[in-house]
Design a protein around this ligand. Structure first.
Ligand code: CMP
Length: 439
Protein backbone atom coordinates (compact mmCIF):
# COMPACT_ATOMS: atom_id res chain seq x y z
CA UNK A 1 0.00 0.00 0.00
CA UNK A 2 1.38 3.40 -1.01
CA UNK A 3 1.33 6.33 1.43
CA UNK A 4 -0.14 9.52 -0.17
CA UNK A 5 2.85 11.54 1.09
CA UNK A 6 5.55 8.98 0.18
CA UNK A 7 8.42 10.05 -2.10
CA UNK A 8 7.31 7.60 -4.82
CA UNK A 9 3.71 8.89 -4.85
CA UNK A 10 4.89 12.50 -4.89
CA UNK A 11 7.28 11.90 -7.80
CA UNK A 12 4.53 10.04 -9.61
CA UNK A 13 2.10 12.96 -9.06
CA UNK A 14 4.68 15.38 -10.50
CA UNK A 15 5.00 13.16 -13.59
CA UNK A 16 1.19 13.07 -14.01
CA UNK A 17 0.95 16.87 -13.73
CA UNK A 18 3.77 17.38 -16.27
CA UNK A 19 2.23 14.95 -18.76
CA UNK A 20 -1.24 16.48 -18.27
CA UNK A 21 0.32 19.89 -18.92
CA UNK A 22 1.94 18.64 -22.11
CA UNK A 23 -1.42 17.22 -23.27
CA UNK A 24 -3.21 20.48 -22.41
CA UNK A 25 -0.84 22.41 -24.66
CA UNK A 26 -0.46 19.91 -27.48
CA UNK A 27 -4.02 18.60 -27.94
CA UNK A 28 -5.81 21.98 -28.52
CA UNK A 29 -2.99 22.97 -30.94
CA UNK A 30 -3.33 19.74 -32.94
CA UNK A 31 -7.15 19.89 -33.03
CA UNK A 32 -7.20 23.50 -34.25
CA UNK A 33 -4.16 23.69 -36.54
CA UNK A 34 -4.59 20.16 -37.95
CA UNK A 35 -0.90 19.47 -38.45
CA UNK A 36 0.62 16.10 -39.24
CA UNK A 37 1.41 14.19 -36.04
CA UNK A 38 5.24 14.21 -35.61
CA UNK A 39 6.82 10.96 -34.40
CA UNK A 40 7.92 12.34 -31.00
CA UNK A 41 4.43 13.60 -30.25
CA UNK A 42 3.07 10.18 -31.20
CA UNK A 43 5.44 8.59 -28.66
CA UNK A 44 4.54 11.19 -26.04
CA UNK A 45 0.83 10.43 -26.51
CA UNK A 46 1.60 6.72 -26.21
CA UNK A 47 3.57 7.37 -23.01
CA UNK A 48 0.75 9.51 -21.61
CA UNK A 49 -1.76 6.71 -22.29
CA UNK A 50 0.44 4.15 -20.53
CA UNK A 51 1.22 6.39 -17.53
CA UNK A 52 -2.40 7.52 -17.10
CA UNK A 53 -3.55 3.86 -17.20
CA UNK A 54 -0.91 2.83 -14.64
CA UNK A 55 -2.06 5.73 -12.48
CA UNK A 56 -5.55 4.23 -12.29
CA UNK A 57 -4.08 0.97 -10.98
CA UNK A 58 -1.81 2.84 -8.57
CA UNK A 59 -4.74 4.83 -7.19
CA UNK A 60 -6.35 1.58 -6.04
CA UNK A 61 -3.22 0.97 -3.94
CA UNK A 62 -2.74 4.43 -2.49
CA UNK A 63 -4.10 5.08 0.99
CA UNK A 64 -5.89 8.37 1.64
CA UNK A 65 -6.67 10.71 4.50
CA UNK A 66 -10.19 10.98 5.83
CA UNK A 67 -9.86 14.04 8.04
CA UNK A 68 -6.75 13.16 10.06
CA UNK A 69 -7.26 9.39 9.74
CA UNK A 70 -5.19 7.47 7.22
CA UNK A 71 -7.36 4.91 5.43
CA UNK A 72 -5.35 1.90 4.24
CA UNK A 73 -8.18 -0.63 3.80
CA UNK A 74 -8.25 -1.92 0.17
CA UNK A 75 -12.06 -1.99 -0.05
CA UNK A 76 -12.48 1.51 1.38
CA UNK A 77 -9.78 2.87 -0.95
CA UNK A 78 -11.50 1.32 -3.98
CA UNK A 79 -14.91 2.69 -2.96
CA UNK A 80 -13.43 6.14 -2.33
CA UNK A 81 -11.68 6.18 -5.73
CA UNK A 82 -14.63 4.73 -7.69
CA UNK A 83 -16.89 7.42 -6.24
CA UNK A 84 -14.34 10.15 -6.90
CA UNK A 85 -11.98 10.61 -9.81
CA UNK A 86 -12.08 7.09 -11.28
CA UNK A 87 -14.53 7.83 -14.12
CA UNK A 88 -12.64 10.93 -15.29
CA UNK A 89 -9.28 9.21 -14.93
CA UNK A 90 -10.56 6.34 -17.08
CA UNK A 91 -11.86 8.64 -19.82
CA UNK A 92 -8.64 10.64 -19.93
CA UNK A 93 -6.59 7.43 -20.19
CA UNK A 94 -8.41 6.15 -23.32
CA UNK A 95 -6.15 6.95 -26.32
CA UNK A 96 -8.67 9.17 -28.19
CA UNK A 97 -5.87 11.60 -29.25
CA UNK A 98 -4.14 8.73 -31.11
CA UNK A 99 -7.43 7.62 -32.61
CA UNK A 100 -8.07 11.17 -33.79
CA UNK A 101 -4.74 11.27 -35.62
CA UNK A 102 -5.30 7.86 -37.16
CA UNK A 103 -8.63 8.88 -38.74
CA UNK A 104 -8.65 10.42 -42.19
CA UNK A 105 -11.78 12.50 -41.53
CA UNK A 106 -12.26 12.60 -37.76
CA UNK A 107 -15.83 13.11 -36.63
CA UNK A 108 -16.81 15.83 -34.14
CA UNK A 109 -17.49 13.28 -31.38
CA UNK A 110 -13.87 12.03 -31.52
CA UNK A 111 -12.65 15.61 -31.37
CA UNK A 112 -14.66 16.20 -28.19
CA UNK A 113 -13.54 12.88 -26.69
CA UNK A 114 -9.91 13.79 -27.47
CA UNK A 115 -10.36 17.00 -25.49
CA UNK A 116 -11.45 14.96 -22.45
CA UNK A 117 -7.78 14.14 -21.80
CA UNK A 118 -7.46 17.72 -20.56
CA UNK A 119 -9.54 16.80 -17.49
CA UNK A 120 -6.37 15.38 -15.95
CA UNK A 121 -5.11 18.92 -15.64
CA UNK A 122 -7.52 19.39 -12.72
CA UNK A 123 -5.29 17.02 -10.78
CA UNK A 124 -3.06 20.04 -10.38
CA UNK A 125 -5.52 21.30 -7.73
CA UNK A 126 -4.64 18.49 -5.30
CA UNK A 127 -0.97 18.84 -6.19
CA UNK A 128 -1.04 22.58 -5.41
CA UNK A 129 -2.81 21.96 -2.08
CA UNK A 130 -0.03 19.57 -1.07
CA UNK A 131 2.59 22.10 -2.16
CA UNK A 132 0.91 24.91 -0.19
CA UNK A 133 0.78 22.73 2.97
CA UNK A 134 4.53 22.09 2.72
CA UNK A 135 5.08 25.83 3.24
CA UNK A 136 8.22 25.84 1.07
CA UNK A 137 7.24 28.97 -0.86
CA UNK A 138 5.33 32.05 0.28
CA UNK A 139 1.64 30.95 -0.10
CA UNK A 140 0.67 34.27 -1.74
CA UNK A 141 3.40 33.91 -4.39
CA UNK A 142 2.31 30.32 -4.98
CA UNK A 143 -1.34 31.37 -5.41
CA UNK A 144 -0.28 34.14 -7.76
CA UNK A 145 1.65 31.64 -9.93
CA UNK A 146 -1.35 29.31 -9.81
CA UNK A 147 -3.68 32.08 -10.99
CA UNK A 148 -1.32 33.08 -13.81
CA UNK A 149 -1.03 29.40 -14.81
CA UNK A 150 -4.81 28.95 -15.19
CA UNK A 151 -5.16 32.24 -17.07
CA UNK A 152 -2.45 31.12 -19.52
CA UNK A 153 -4.09 27.72 -20.01
CA UNK A 154 -7.51 29.39 -20.52
CA UNK A 155 -5.98 31.84 -23.04
CA UNK A 156 -4.26 28.99 -24.91
CA UNK A 157 -7.45 26.91 -25.17
CA UNK A 158 -9.52 29.97 -26.19
CA UNK A 159 -6.98 30.92 -28.89
CA UNK A 160 -7.07 27.36 -30.30
CA UNK A 161 -10.88 27.32 -30.20
CA UNK A 162 -10.94 30.65 -32.06
CA UNK A 163 -8.73 29.24 -34.85
CA UNK A 164 -10.82 26.08 -35.05
CA UNK A 165 -14.15 27.91 -35.27
CA UNK A 166 -12.90 30.10 -38.12
CA UNK A 167 -11.11 27.43 -40.14
CA UNK A 168 -12.55 26.28 -43.47
CA UNK A 169 -14.12 29.69 -44.04
CA UNK A 170 -13.03 31.65 -47.11
CA UNK A 171 -13.39 34.96 -45.30
CA UNK A 172 -10.96 33.66 -42.70
CA UNK A 173 -8.11 33.85 -45.21
CA UNK A 174 -9.02 37.47 -45.97
CA UNK A 175 -9.04 38.13 -42.20
CA UNK A 176 -5.34 37.27 -42.07
CA UNK A 177 -5.45 33.49 -41.59
CA UNK A 178 -2.57 31.88 -43.48
CA UNK A 179 -2.93 28.07 -43.89
CA UNK A 180 0.82 27.73 -44.51
CA UNK A 181 1.96 29.62 -41.40
CA UNK A 182 0.69 28.01 -38.18
CA UNK A 183 2.98 30.03 -35.90
CA UNK A 184 1.53 33.30 -37.23
CA UNK A 185 -2.03 31.96 -36.96
CA UNK A 186 -1.52 30.90 -33.35
CA UNK A 187 0.13 34.19 -32.31
CA UNK A 188 -2.67 36.20 -33.90
CA UNK A 189 -5.32 34.04 -32.21
CA UNK A 190 -3.57 34.52 -28.87
CA UNK A 191 -3.44 38.26 -29.57
CA UNK A 192 -7.20 38.25 -30.27
CA UNK A 193 -7.81 36.30 -27.04
CA UNK A 194 -5.75 38.70 -24.92
CA UNK A 195 -7.33 41.85 -26.33
CA UNK A 196 -10.83 40.36 -25.93
CA UNK A 197 -10.31 38.88 -22.46
CA UNK A 198 -8.76 42.08 -21.11
CA UNK A 199 -11.73 44.01 -22.62
CA UNK A 200 -9.33 46.12 -24.77
CA UNK A 201 -10.78 44.75 -28.04
CA UNK A 202 -9.02 46.70 -30.82
CA UNK A 203 -11.32 45.02 -33.33
CA UNK A 204 -8.57 44.54 -35.93
CA UNK A 205 -9.25 40.79 -35.86
CA UNK A 206 -12.97 40.14 -36.04
CA UNK A 207 -15.22 37.07 -36.39
CA UNK A 208 -15.72 35.67 -39.89
CA UNK A 209 -18.80 33.49 -39.28
CA UNK A 210 -21.77 33.14 -36.96
CA UNK A 211 -20.20 30.64 -34.62
CA UNK A 212 -17.09 32.83 -34.19
CA UNK A 213 -19.35 35.83 -33.49
CA UNK A 214 -21.26 33.94 -30.80
CA UNK A 215 -17.95 32.70 -29.39
CA UNK A 216 -16.63 36.29 -29.32
CA UNK A 217 -19.67 37.47 -27.35
CA UNK A 218 -19.21 34.62 -24.90
CA UNK A 219 -15.52 35.41 -24.39
CA UNK A 220 -16.28 39.14 -24.06
CA UNK A 221 -18.77 38.48 -21.25
CA UNK A 222 -16.49 35.95 -19.60
CA UNK A 223 -13.47 38.23 -20.06
CA UNK A 224 -15.15 41.19 -18.35
CA UNK A 225 -15.96 39.08 -15.28
CA UNK A 226 -12.61 37.33 -15.27
CA UNK A 227 -10.69 40.58 -15.63
CA UNK A 228 -12.35 42.06 -12.53
CA UNK A 229 -11.83 38.82 -10.61
CA UNK A 230 -8.16 38.70 -11.61
CA UNK A 231 -7.35 42.31 -10.76
CA UNK A 232 -9.05 41.95 -7.35
CA UNK A 233 -7.21 38.72 -6.62
CA UNK A 234 -3.82 39.95 -7.78
CA UNK A 235 -4.16 43.13 -5.70
CA UNK A 236 -5.03 41.17 -2.54
CA UNK A 237 -2.30 38.56 -3.19
CA UNK A 238 0.34 41.26 -3.70
CA UNK A 239 -0.74 42.96 -0.48
CA UNK A 240 -0.45 39.62 1.37
CA UNK A 241 2.94 38.54 0.05
CA UNK A 242 4.58 39.92 3.16
CA UNK A 243 1.66 39.92 5.56
CA UNK A 244 3.87 40.30 8.64
CA UNK A 245 5.45 43.47 7.20
CA UNK A 246 2.04 44.87 6.13
CA UNK A 247 0.56 44.35 9.60
CA UNK A 248 3.62 45.80 11.27
CA UNK A 249 3.56 48.88 9.01
CA UNK A 250 -0.10 49.41 9.91
CA UNK A 251 0.74 49.18 13.63
CA UNK A 252 3.52 51.75 13.22
CA UNK A 253 1.25 54.06 11.24
CA UNK A 254 -1.41 53.91 13.99
CA UNK A 255 1.27 54.63 16.61
CA UNK A 256 2.50 57.68 14.66
CA UNK A 257 -1.03 59.08 14.31
CA UNK A 258 -1.68 58.46 18.01
CA UNK A 259 1.55 60.18 19.06
CA UNK A 260 0.94 63.21 16.83
CA UNK A 261 -2.66 63.49 18.09
CA UNK A 262 -1.44 63.59 21.71
CA UNK A 263 1.48 65.93 20.93
CA UNK A 264 3.99 63.46 22.33
CA UNK A 265 7.47 65.13 22.42
CA UNK A 266 9.69 64.31 19.42
CA UNK A 267 12.35 62.57 21.54
CA UNK A 268 9.76 60.24 23.09
CA UNK A 269 8.27 59.56 19.64
CA UNK A 270 11.74 58.62 18.43
CA UNK A 271 12.18 56.26 21.38
CA UNK A 272 8.87 54.51 20.60
CA UNK A 273 9.81 54.19 16.91
CA UNK A 274 13.22 52.77 17.81
CA UNK A 275 11.50 50.19 19.99
CA UNK A 276 9.30 49.14 17.07
CA UNK A 277 12.34 49.03 14.77
CA UNK A 278 14.01 46.66 17.22
CA UNK A 279 10.88 44.49 17.43
CA UNK A 280 10.81 44.24 13.63
CA UNK A 281 14.49 43.38 13.24
CA UNK A 282 14.64 40.93 16.14
CA UNK A 283 11.37 39.01 15.59
CA UNK A 284 9.47 40.45 12.57
CA UNK A 285 7.12 42.18 15.01
CA UNK A 286 5.56 38.94 16.29
CA UNK A 287 4.41 38.74 19.87
CA UNK A 288 5.71 35.25 20.73
CA UNK A 289 3.59 34.80 23.83
CA UNK A 290 0.27 35.45 22.08
CA UNK A 291 1.20 33.26 19.07
CA UNK A 292 2.24 30.35 21.32
CA UNK A 293 -0.76 30.69 23.63
CA UNK A 294 -3.12 29.81 20.78
CA UNK A 295 -1.57 26.35 20.43
CA UNK A 296 -2.59 23.19 22.32
CA UNK A 297 -0.36 22.37 25.37
CA UNK A 298 1.96 19.68 23.85
CA UNK A 299 2.70 21.85 20.82
CA UNK A 300 3.11 24.87 23.08
CA UNK A 301 5.83 23.02 25.04
CA UNK A 302 7.73 21.97 21.91
CA UNK A 303 7.56 25.42 20.35
CA UNK A 304 8.51 27.22 23.59
CA UNK A 305 11.52 24.93 24.08
CA UNK A 306 12.60 25.54 20.50
CA UNK A 307 12.15 29.32 20.66
CA UNK A 308 13.98 29.53 23.98
CA UNK A 309 16.83 27.24 22.92
CA UNK A 310 19.25 30.21 22.96
CA UNK A 311 18.33 30.99 26.54
CA UNK A 312 18.46 27.33 27.62
CA UNK A 313 21.95 27.00 26.12
CA UNK A 314 23.18 30.17 27.88
CA UNK A 315 21.79 29.91 31.43
CA UNK A 316 24.25 27.69 33.43
CA UNK A 317 21.51 26.15 35.50
CA UNK A 318 19.47 25.05 32.46
CA UNK A 319 22.43 23.27 30.93
CA UNK A 320 22.47 20.60 33.66
CA UNK A 321 18.82 20.80 34.73
CA UNK A 322 16.26 18.06 34.28
CA UNK A 323 14.11 18.26 31.15
CA UNK A 324 10.84 18.54 33.13
CA UNK A 325 12.25 21.39 35.23
CA UNK A 326 13.34 23.33 32.11
CA UNK A 327 9.91 22.68 30.55
CA UNK A 328 8.04 23.96 33.64
CA UNK A 329 10.12 27.13 33.80
CA UNK A 330 10.13 27.83 30.06
CA UNK A 331 6.37 27.40 29.83
CA UNK A 332 5.84 30.12 32.41
CA UNK A 333 8.23 32.65 30.92
CA UNK A 334 6.86 35.81 29.38
CA UNK A 335 8.89 37.67 26.78
CA UNK A 336 9.52 41.40 27.37
CA UNK A 337 11.67 43.96 25.57
CA UNK A 338 13.29 47.02 27.21
CA UNK A 339 14.77 50.05 25.46
CA UNK A 340 18.23 51.51 26.22
CA UNK A 341 18.30 53.36 29.56
CA UNK A 342 14.99 51.89 30.83
CA UNK A 343 14.87 51.03 34.55
CA UNK A 344 13.68 47.43 34.74
CA UNK A 345 13.89 47.28 38.54
CA UNK A 346 14.04 50.19 41.01
CA UNK A 347 15.77 49.75 44.38
CA UNK A 348 13.38 49.59 47.34
CA UNK A 349 10.32 48.47 45.36
CA UNK A 350 8.37 45.30 46.19
CA UNK A 351 9.47 42.55 43.77
CA UNK A 352 6.94 40.41 41.92
CA UNK A 353 9.08 38.78 39.25
CA UNK A 354 12.59 37.68 38.29
CA UNK A 355 14.19 37.98 34.85
CA UNK A 356 16.43 35.93 32.53
CA UNK A 357 18.49 37.80 29.91
CA UNK A 358 18.09 36.32 26.45
CA UNK A 359 19.73 39.10 24.42
CA UNK A 360 21.48 42.36 25.45
CA UNK A 361 22.93 43.51 28.79
CA UNK A 362 21.80 45.26 31.98
CA UNK A 363 23.61 47.21 34.70
CA UNK A 364 23.15 46.81 38.47
CA UNK A 365 23.16 50.45 39.62
CA UNK A 366 22.68 52.63 42.71
CA UNK A 367 19.37 54.47 43.39
CA UNK A 368 20.57 57.58 41.51
CA UNK A 369 21.87 55.43 38.65
CA UNK A 370 25.37 56.94 38.88
CA UNK A 371 27.32 53.99 40.37
CA UNK A 372 27.44 50.74 38.40
CA UNK A 373 28.03 47.69 40.65
CA UNK A 374 27.95 45.03 37.96
CA UNK A 375 26.97 44.35 34.37
CA UNK A 376 24.91 41.24 33.59
CA UNK A 377 24.70 39.86 30.05
CA UNK A 378 23.04 37.05 28.05
CA UNK A 379 22.38 33.91 30.10
CA UNK A 380 22.35 35.76 33.45
CA UNK A 381 19.31 36.33 35.66
CA UNK A 382 18.35 38.97 38.23
CA UNK A 383 15.53 39.98 40.57
CA UNK A 384 15.67 36.72 42.55
CA UNK A 385 16.67 38.23 45.94
CA UNK A 386 13.39 40.05 46.58
CA UNK A 387 11.42 36.90 45.74
CA UNK A 388 13.55 34.50 47.78
CA UNK A 389 14.06 36.58 50.90
CA UNK A 390 10.78 38.57 50.73
CA UNK A 391 12.68 41.87 50.98
CA UNK A 392 12.42 45.04 48.86
CA UNK A 393 14.61 45.22 45.74
CA UNK A 394 18.26 45.45 46.78
CA UNK A 395 19.46 47.40 43.73
CA UNK A 396 18.22 49.11 40.56
CA UNK A 397 18.61 47.44 37.17
CA UNK A 398 19.03 49.50 33.98
CA UNK A 399 19.01 48.28 30.36
CA UNK A 400 22.25 49.04 28.49
CA UNK A 401 20.96 48.65 24.94
CA UNK A 402 17.79 46.97 23.72
CA UNK A 403 17.23 43.89 25.91
CA UNK A 404 15.20 40.75 25.33
CA UNK A 405 14.22 39.40 28.72
CA UNK A 406 12.05 36.56 29.95
CA UNK A 407 9.98 37.29 33.03
CA UNK A 408 9.00 34.65 35.64
CA UNK A 409 6.14 35.72 37.96
CA UNK A 410 6.52 35.26 41.75
CA UNK A 411 3.75 32.60 41.97
CA UNK A 412 5.33 30.51 39.16
CA UNK A 413 8.79 31.02 40.68
CA UNK A 414 7.56 29.63 44.01
CA UNK A 415 5.93 26.63 42.35
CA UNK A 416 9.16 25.79 40.54
CA UNK A 417 11.22 26.22 43.75
CA UNK A 418 8.94 23.78 45.59
CA UNK A 419 9.03 21.18 42.82
CA UNK A 420 12.72 21.37 41.91
CA UNK A 421 15.12 21.63 44.89
CA UNK A 422 18.13 21.80 42.50
CA UNK A 423 16.80 25.02 41.06
CA UNK A 424 16.24 26.38 44.57
CA UNK A 425 19.84 25.59 45.61
CA UNK A 426 21.27 27.20 42.48
CA UNK A 427 19.24 30.38 42.88
CA UNK A 428 19.94 30.62 46.61
CA UNK A 429 23.67 30.35 46.01
CA UNK A 430 23.58 33.30 43.61
CA UNK A 431 21.29 35.34 45.86
CA UNK A 432 23.57 34.88 48.89
CA UNK A 433 26.69 35.91 46.95
CA UNK A 434 24.98 38.95 45.48
CA UNK A 435 23.39 40.02 48.75
CA UNK A 436 26.87 40.17 50.31
CA UNK A 437 28.27 42.42 47.55
CA UNK A 438 28.55 46.16 48.32
CA UNK A 439 25.65 48.33 47.20
P1 CMP B 1 16.54 41.94 43.67
O1 CMP B 1 17.04 42.48 44.92
O2 CMP B 1 15.24 41.24 43.66
O3 CMP B 1 16.50 43.13 42.58
C1 CMP B 1 17.72 43.67 42.15
C2 CMP B 1 18.57 42.57 41.64
O4 CMP B 1 19.87 42.90 41.21
C3 CMP B 1 18.83 41.55 42.74
O5 CMP B 1 17.64 40.95 43.09
C4 CMP B 1 19.91 40.72 42.15
O6 CMP B 1 19.40 39.77 41.27
C5 CMP B 1 20.67 41.74 41.33
N1 CMP B 1 21.90 42.16 42.05
C6 CMP B 1 21.97 42.87 43.16
N2 CMP B 1 23.28 43.10 43.45
C7 CMP B 1 24.02 42.51 42.53
C8 CMP B 1 25.41 42.41 42.29
N3 CMP B 1 26.30 42.97 43.06
N4 CMP B 1 25.80 41.70 41.18
C9 CMP B 1 24.92 41.16 40.38
N5 CMP B 1 23.59 41.25 40.56
C10 CMP B 1 23.13 41.91 41.60
Amino acid sequence: MLHPHSKLRQSWDILIVLLALFAAIEIPLRLSLDFELPRWIFFMELLITVVFSLDIILNFFTSYYHGYKLIADRKLIARHYLRGWFFWDLISAIPFPLLYSAMEEPILAIKILTLLRLIRLFRIIGFMNKLTRKNLVNPSILRLCYLVFWVMIAAHITACAWIDLGSGNAANTNAGYDPSDNVRNYIRALYWTTTTMTTIGYGDISPVNNIQTVFTMFIQLLGAGMYGFLIGNIASLLANIDIARAQFREKLQKLNIFMNYHNIPRSLQEKARNYYDYLWHSRKGFDETSVINELPPPLKVELSLFLNRRLIEKVDFFRDARQDCIRDIVLNLEHVVYSPGDFIITKGEIGNEMFFISRGAVEVVSDDGKTVYATLSEGNFFGEIALLLSVPRTASIRAVGFCDLYKLQKSDFEKVLNNYPDFKTHIEKHAEERAKMPK
